[in-house]
Design a protein around this ligand. Structure first.
Ligand code: PLZ
Length: 444
C-alpha cells in the first residue's frame, strides 16, 4: 500500500540501475497479458508521483520532462486536484450527464467559454479523449455547414480512431494496415519554416491554392489544425500562417477548428497557442492539460455552430464524468492561482537559452524551436537537414537511463520535445537540462 503522506522530495535519485529489478519483473509479467500493440517509452513502472518527480517500484526518483505527453501541466498529485478528486469520489462518481446532470459539468463549460478566445456566445460538449473531441468537432462542422470535406495538414496528429487516423498524417505506427479510412479528408502542406523556408503568407497561399484547386472552398466543412503541431515534431508555423488561414476560412464559410489538445491550457505560455497571433477559432478542441491527469476532453465554440446539432446528437456514457470535471475545475483554478502561463514562459526561456547555446557547439542540432514550455530540437546529419532519428533515439535512451524522462516526436522521429510540468522548480529544470546537454554531446 502506498503512503499518501510522505513527500517524495524534489531531487532525481537513482538507487538501482534503470529499469530496476522490480520494473523488469513487471515488464516480463505484462508480456503474457498486455497486447503487444502497445509500445513502452521506458519500462520503469511507477508507483507514486509528486510535482515533477516520479517514484518507480524500485524506489528510484525520476524527473518527468514529458508530463505523460503534455497532460500533467499542474504537476503530479498537486494538493488542489487531489482534494477535489477525493471529495468528488466520495460524493458520487457517475450518473451520466445525459441521464441526470450535475453542476460541475456546467461549471467546466462556463470556464471553457470564458477562457477560449473570442468574445461571442460559446457552448461546449465534454468527452473523454482527445480523439473523441476531434471527431465531434468534425461532426458539428459538417452538420452546421452541410458540407463534408475536412482539410488537414502534413505532419498532423489528431488521434487513433477511424476518423482521426484519417486526419493524422503519419502511417507508422498509427495507421499501418488499419484502413480503410474515413473519406473526405484532404491533406495540404504545413508551414514548416526549418524545412520549407517560406514566410507564413507564402505557406498559407500554397495551402489555400491546393484547397481551392483540389477540393473547392464551397465543399469544405472544416479546416482542422494544431496551432503548434505536437506528435508531428513541435512544428511552429511561420508568423502569419494561422491568421491567413483563419481569414480564408471566415471568407469562405469554413469552420476553423484549432486542435489545442497538446498546445492548450497554459503549455505555450498563454491559455491557448492561437492567442499568440490573435487567431480566433470557430471551434477549439481541448484535453490533456485540462484535467490534471483525469480523462476529459471538450469541444468549445460558437454557440450557433455547437447548438445547430439536434438534441441527442452529441454525447456518450462517460463524457464530462463528475470526477474528471472536478479535476478540471481544480486544475484551472490552480493554473490561475499560480499564474502557470507566466511560469511556462519562464521555463521556455530557460530551455531555449540552454538549447541554443548547446546548438552552437554540436552539429547534430539543426533547429531549436517552440513556445513557452513546449520546446523541441530537431536532429540532423551534420551540415544538412537530413533527419537523424538515430541521434534522437540515443538521446532519449541516455536521458531515460539517468532518470530524466524524455520524449521524441516528429514525422521522421528526429525531434526531442521538452514538456515539463509547469510546476517544475528552477533547480529541477537545470538538472534536466544538464542531462539533455550531456546526452546530445554523447550522441554528437
Ligand atoms: N490531438 C494535437 O496531441 C494526443 C498521442 C499519443 P487522445 N497526442 C498523444 C499516442 O501515441 O497515442 C493528441 C494530440 C492532438 C489529438 C490527440 C489525441 O488525443 O487523448 O490520445 O485521443
Amino acid at each position: 500500500m502506498v503512503s499518501l503522506h510522505s513527500s517524495l522530495g524534489t531531487e532525481r535519485k537513482l538507487v538501482t540501475e534503470l529499469p530496476g529489478p522490480k520494473s523488469r519483473a513487471l515488464h516480463e509479467r505484462r508480456r503474457t497479458v498486455v497486447s503487444a500493440g502497445l509500445s513502452t517509452g521506458f519500462p520503469v513502472y511507477i508507483e507514486r508521483a509528486e510535482g515533477a518527480i516520479l517514484e518507480d517500484v524500485d524506489g528510484n526518483h525520476l524527473l518527468d520532462m514529458g508530463s505523460g505527453i503534455a497532460v500533467i501541466s499542474v504537476g503530479h498529485a498537486v494538493p488542489e486536484v487531489v482534494d477535489a478528486v477525493s471529495a468528488q469520489v466520495a460524493a458520487f462518481t457517475h450518473t451520466c450527464f445525459m441521464v441526470t446532470p450535475y453542476e460541475s459539468y456546467v461549471q467546466v463549460c462556463e470556464e471553457l467559454a470564458a477562457l477560449t478566445p473570442g468574445d461571442f456566445p460559446k457552448t461546449s460538449a465534454l468527452f473523454n479523449s482527445g480523439a473523441e473531441a476531434v471527431e465531434n468537432a468534425v461532426k458539428v462542422a459538417r452538420l452546421a455547414t452541410g458540407r463534408s470535406a475536412v482539410i488537414v495538414f502534413d505532419h498532423a496528429y489528431h488521434g487513433r480512431t477511424n476518423l482521426t487516423m484519417a486526419l493524422t498524417a503519419k502511417n507508422m505506427p498509427y495507421k499501418d494496415h488499419f484502413g480503410p479510412f474515413a473519406p473526405e479528408v484532404y491533406r495540404v502542406p504545413m508551414s514548416y519554416p526549418f524545412l520549407d523556408g517560406l514566410s507564413g503568407a507564402e505557406a498559407a497561399a500554397r495551402a489555400i491554392t491546393e484547397i481551392e484547386t483540389q477540393v473547392g472552398a464551397h465543399n469544405v466543412a472544416a479546416l482542422l489544425i494544431e496551432p503548434i503541431q505536437g506528435e508531428g515534431g513541435f512544428v511552429v508555423p511561420a508568423d502569419g500562417f494561422l491568421p491567413a488561414l483563419s481569414e480564408w476560412t471566415t471568407r469562405n464559410g469554413v469552420v476553423f477548428i484549432a486542435d489545442e489538445i497538446q498546445s492548450g491550457f497554459c503549455r505555450t505560455g498563454d491559455w491557448f497557442a492561437v492567442n499568440h497571433e490573435g487567431v480566433i477559432p470557430d471551434l477549439v478542441t481541448t484535453a490533456k492539460g485540462l484535467a490534471g491527469g483525469m480523462p476529459l476532453s471538450a469541444v468549445t465554440g460558437r454557440a450557433e455552430l455547437m447548438n445547430a446539432v439536434h438534441e441527442g446528437g452529441l454525447g456518450g456514457t462517460y463524457g464530462g464524468n463528475p470526477v474528471a470535471a472536478a479535476a478540471a475545475l481544480a486544475t484551472i483554478r490552480t493554473m490561475r492561482d499560480r499564474d502557470l502561463p507566466a511560469r511556462a514562459r519562464v521555463l521556455g526561456e530557460t530551455m531555449l537559452t540552454s538549447l541554443r547555446s548547446l546548438a552552437q557547439d554540436v552539429a547534430i542540432i539543426g533547429d531549436v524551436r517552440g513556445r513557452g514550455a513546449m520546446i523541441a530540437f530537431e536532429l540532423v546529419q551534420p551540415g544538412t537537414k537530413i533527419p537523424n532519428a538515430a541521434a534522437a533515439k540515443s538521446i532519449v535512451n541516455y536521458c531515460n537511463e539517468r532518470g530524466v524522462i524524455a520524449l521524441s516526436c516528429g514525422t521522421f522521429g528526429n525531434v526531442i520535445r521538452l514538456l515539463p510540468p509547469l510546476v517544475i522548480s528552477d533547480e529541477q529544470l537545470a538538472d534536466a537540462m544538464s542531462v539533455f546537454a550531456s546526452a546530445v554531446r554523447a550522441a554528437g
